[in-house]
Write a new protein. Structure first.
Length: 276
């Protein structure tokens, strides 16, 4: 594919990414029953977050009332609405203007005071320095990021001194497996662990643990805690019942039948901003 004049490969990937999510956003939002979500949020705001990370959040950021929270790559805004229900002052950003539009529409319909920006998580140019107490990214963010260091430096920039960044994402050790086959009890490695991408015909990256840790360290973060979450019922997202179709990625928890279940499926990092 010939690139447009003035665009390098990463810029072209970002352009494709924006077009992809703009076209998918309505369908993506339609998979959620937001009325049910808000009913559950009234009972327990933590329903918006994966169960695996909730205990860690309660330990490190136990009281978010009045705190300023930023959710880059906010996607379906479920975490955004969760933080708002916890009493935080929330700013959400996404590279897709359509994702932002859909999230903002729901917030406005419900009279929620949430600020939305259409912004690349590797830039966040609209956000001022030393503004936020917490930055949070959820599952599925990092596969779209081609420069971890630039993103983390911007997280560091917008955080207040001693502010925290909480990351929850797919564990890199699960990336080599062909997930399309696992549900059928078949087992196949699709790539070596050290191959991070991008891959032919795709815009995604499969980062390793060392890529996360080293990029965070040089960006001015102290990693306070790392958690590896295994494929057990307790680690399922709290809000799985909101999907119209069952998430087949979590159907098989028996590692004897699904070998990948013997490895941790998700990774959590709690990081604190330090001066550099």
């Amino acid at each position: 594919m010939k690139l447009p004049a003035g665009l390098d490969k990463n810029e072209e990937r970002q352009k494709e990414l924006v077009e992809n999510w703009n076209s998918r956003s309505d369908e993506w939002y339609a998979q959620w029953d937001y009325e049910a979500l808000f009913r559950e949020l009234e009972k327990d705001p933590y329903i918006a977050f994966p169960k695996a990370i909730v205990a860690v959040m309660k330990e490190y950021v136990p009281d978010l009332k009045g705190k300023k929270v930023c959710v880059p790559s906010c996607g379906d805004s479920v975490a955004v609405f969760g933080f708002q229900a916890l009493g935080a002052k929330v700013t959400a950003a996404d590279i897709s203007w359509k994702q932002v539009e859909n999230g903002r529409k729901i917030a406005e319909q419900r009279g929620l005071d949430i600020t939305y920006y259409c912004s690349d998580s590797m830039k966040l140019e609209e956000l001022a320095d030393e503004t936020f107490d917490l930055v949070y990214t959820s599952n599925g963010v990092h596969v779209w990021i081609h420069d971890l260091g630039t993103m983390y430096r911007n997280f560091h920039r917008i955080l207040k001194e001693n502010g925290r960044y909480i990351m929850f994402d797919t564990h890199p050790w699960s990336r080599p497996f062909d997930k399309k086959l696992l549900g059928n009890g078949e087992f196949r490695i699709r790539k070596p662990y050290e191959e991070t991408g991008p891959f032919p015909g795709e815009t995604i990256f499969d980062w390793r643990i060392q890529d996360f840790v080293n990029s965070l360290a040089v960006s001015g973060f102290f990693i306070e805690r790392m958690e590896e979450f295994h494929s057990v019922i307790a680690d399922l997202p709290n809000h799985n019942y909101l999907y119209e179709e069952k998430d087949t990625a979590y159907e098989n928890f028996d590692w004897h039948k699904n070998p990948s279940a013997a490895l941790p499926q998700c990774l959590g990092l709690i990081c604190r901003k330090i001066s550099i």
